[in-house]
Design a protein around this ligand. Sequence first.
Ligand SMILES: C/C(=C\COP(=O)(O)O)CCC[C@H](C)CCC[C@H](C)CCCC(C)C
Ligand SMILES: Nc1ccn([C@@H]2O[C@H](COP(=O)(O)OP(=O)(O)O)[C@@H](O)[C@H]2O)c(=O)n1
Length: 304
Amino acid sequence: MAAALPLSPVSHQLCRISNRFWYNAMTPRFCSPVSSPCYIGVKGIGSSSQLRARHPLISSAASTDYLLHDVGATVAVLSGAYALVLLFESLTKRDVIPQRLSRKLVHILSGLLFALSWPIFSASTEARYFAAFVPLVNGLRLVVNGLSVSPNSTLIQSVTREGRPEELLKGPLFYVLALLVAAVFFWRDSPTGMTSLAMMCGGDGIADIMGRKYGSYKIPYNPRKSLAGSISMFIFGFFISIGLLYYYSSLGYLHMNWETTFTRVAIVSLVATLVESLPITDQIDDNVSVPLATILAAYLSFGY
Ligand SMILES: C/C(=C\COP(=O)(O)O)CCC[C@H](C)CCC[C@H](C)CCCC(C)C
Ligand SMILES: Nc1ccn([C@@H]2O[C@H](COP(=O)(O)OP(=O)(O)O)[C@@H](O)[C@H]2O)c(=O)n1
């Protein structure tokens, strides 16, 4: 058996980071019901602060690893966000898909892929802030382009209805703020944030596509919305929420009682769908009302 070659300091560091990356991404975590972030420490389960108190040498090495890990994850997700917008701008420019559909697909995919990306961040208690940095940067990008005289046309083509820069300061900006709130205040050990993104991105996004195509029967109290759109929002929002909860349960971040979870998610989806159907879009954007209603319903339903 060939002897292991001595690693250079850089290679050694890279191996340590790579090992930590796969450990953090794939190792189940057992979070306490109060959803305080915790992970398997040296002696059993402990929070990162408890581990630092017990093992200062490990804590400094772990902190460095976590920092490098989270910086790498942030760069990767930021790059993914930029590439997604660029992809749909290219598809729109080459008339592969119409601009309106392009925008809705960006609406659906951005938030859901963001929610799916959370496990690549470290087990550190600060990881959620690194993840939230991605919607923060995109929010600043929207503000700069929405206010600027020479806005970035890629962003405008992929994200606005009518190609006006000021549109970036409404729906899209509220959208990225909702992603930031979900990451910072709920993160991957709470069903509340991920269900809010499932309903805003998956549910509300598909409502537009299905409603425009099949929405001949309008909602009596809101002729601008249709039954087909709302039913689509409820169904897709429900299944995407269940999918995200299963995804995070299978990775060990959540422990759901599946006998009651389906009913709870159905109630949350119904509340979000009813709020979205209301004739209040001129007063409050869907990207504010839908996540807020979902967060309230989910927090009352799940308790965390
Ligand atoms: C088109 C968008 C919102 C408009 O909503 P509405 O008016 O149709 O109701 C979405 C805007 C997306 C934003 C420009 C980019 C957000 C990227 C996200 C923070 C991170 C995605 C990462 C992932 C890995 C692709
Ligand atoms: N429940 C719904 C939601 C949207 N829609 C259709 O999708 C279009 C855009 O919906 P919206 O104003 O909520 O669009 P966003 O604010 O989500 O971008 C509506 O004008 C309807 O044609 C629907 O038919 N039923």
